[in-house]
Design a protein around this ligand. Structure first.
Ligand code: GLN
Length: 197
């Protein structure tokens, strides 16, 4: 909750009956089983992660299997390599992204995409000055692409990166998918970490 549309994510999680905490300090991470890094401005989020002494604690938690989902700017923050980002992000997913990759007149657009693993038909995806995922290297995997082949979602075990904004539609299926990733990561944790409320 350093910047961006974290409140919209909180609303979706509340609708799924999940207890939500806004994270602004390293102490806020204690006891959490998952984290969403929202859309906003990746330059601002990465600057604040460093300024709030959250970068290293977050990296360590992720390395221990802490589930994270980054949407739009959040996906840029998670990427190992981000073209157009002037400072280091969390750099934990084996993906390369390019900021603001959808030219000017398509700065914002909406489209339906199929996401294997999410049943019940395509997901309506809202793209706002979105990045594109240019490369996905193992162990990361492509989760979803546009019809022209451009990758817009990737997963690497307990980490998910989405170029679009699932929190801006009434559909809760993407967040429900993330909650399954969270549950799997908690189950896989070395010593019994607290379960999601
Ligand atoms: N263009 C923004 C960035 O590069 C991302 C936009 C968004 O999160 N909607 O960080």
């Amino acid at each position: 909750a350093l910047q961006g549309d974290f409140e919209e994510h909180a609303h979706v999680l509340n609708r799924l009956s999940v207890e939500v905490r806004e994270v602004r300090t390293a102490a806020d991470l204690n006891g959490l089983t998952g984290l969403i890094i929202p859309g906003g401005e990746s330059t601002t989020i990465t600057r604040l992660l460093a300024a709030c002494d959250l970068m290293e604690p977050l990296r360590r938690r992720i390395d221990d299997g802490f589930a994270v989902m980054g949407t739009c700017a959040g996906a840029i923050v998670l990427a190992q390599y981000a073209a157009g980002l002037d400072r280091p992000g969390v750099e934990r997913m084996a993906i390369s992204v390019r900021r603001n990759a959808f030219g000017r007149q398509r700065d914002s657009f909406e489209t339906d995409i199929d996401i294997p693993g999410i049943a019940g038909g395509p997901v309506h995806a809202v793209f706002i000055r979105a990045p594109v995922i240019e490369r996905v290297d193992p162990p990361a995997e492509v989760l979803a692409s546009l019809p022209d082949g451009r990758i817009v979602a990737a997963r690497q075990g307990h980490m998910i990166a989405l170029a679009f904004h699932p929190e801006l539609t009434p559909d809760t299926r993407v967040h429900a998918y993330f909650l399954r990733v969270v549950d799997a990561s908690v189950g896989a944790a070395p010593e019994g970490v607290a379960h999601r409320a």
